[in-house]
Design a protein around this ligand. Structure first.
Ligand SMILES: Nc1ncnc2c1ncn2[C@@H]1O[C@H](COP(=O)(O)OP(=O)(O)OP(=O)(O)O)[C@@H](O)[C@H]1O
Ligand SMILES: [Mg+2]
Length: 188
């Protein structure tokens, strides 16, 4: 969200997770990006009436875990022009993926055109082999991974609730945001 705002987009955050972490973070850190809660399985019908394209270029919907809130996640997928799947190169996350693809297939059947899906690798430990192995496995499945991976780093682990400030070490975040925007399924 902050990377897109920095690139000049008028961004709004939609917190679809009943836990409200995004809403809390925005309030605690006094974000200039507006964020509101919409943790409902009617998100796809309600969102167009709430955010006006005159005021915003881009809405980012943060979703809850699929296995806990299937209705909300499906609704968010229906509303979205683009889907970003953030994924750590670990076996639990890899094993959960087929359910994500199934959900996306279910939702694509309800759409006029499929949403571009970008996998954004996160919590990638430098100098380890797993990230490359998983990235290749995903490519073999015909899935799109962003070129840049987000490294496992203390500043991200500790960053929740704090202001978001970009430094030279955050180029992967900025580059990934630009890449996802270029793939855009319906922006601007
Ligand atoms: N690149 C990173 N490096 C280190 N820690 C990270 C990184 N990305 C996320 N984390 C940490 O991992 C935890 C979960 O991250 P995140 O909130 O992105 O995942 P999530 O799947 O949305 O979790 P939740 O179900 O709680 O919403 C957070 O505590 C966060 O601080
Ligand atoms: Mg989350």
């Amino acid at each position: 969200m902050h990377a897109w705002a920095r690139a000049g987009w008028r961004v709004v955050g939609v917190d679809a997770d009943p836990q409200g972490t995004l809403t809390g973070w925005a309030a605690d850190a006094n974000w200039s990006i507006p964020v509101f809660g919409l943790a409902t399985a009617k998100l796809h019908t309600e969102l167009p009436g709430i955010i006006s394209p005159d005021r915003f270029d881009l809405a980012v919907i943060d979703t809850p875990p699929l296995e806990l809130q299937r209705g909300i996640v499906y609704s968010a997928m229906r509303a979205a022009t683009d889907v970003v799947v953030t994924l750590a190169p670990t076996s639990p996350e890899w094993d959960a993926l087929p359910k994500v693809w199934d959900a996306l297939d279910d939702v694509d059947a309800l759409r006029t055109r499929p949403a571009p899906v970008s996998v954004l690798w996160n919590r990638v430990r430098a100098g380890t082999s797993a990230p490359g192995v998983y990235r290749e496995l995903l490519a073999e499945q015909g899935r799109y991974s962003c070129r840049n991976s987000i490294p496992l780093a203390e500043r991200y682990a500790q960053g929740v609730g704090a202001p978001v400030v970009f430094g030279v070490e955050d180029t992967a975040v900025l580059d990934a945001a630009a890449e996802i925007a270029r793939r855009g399924g319906g922006w601007r």
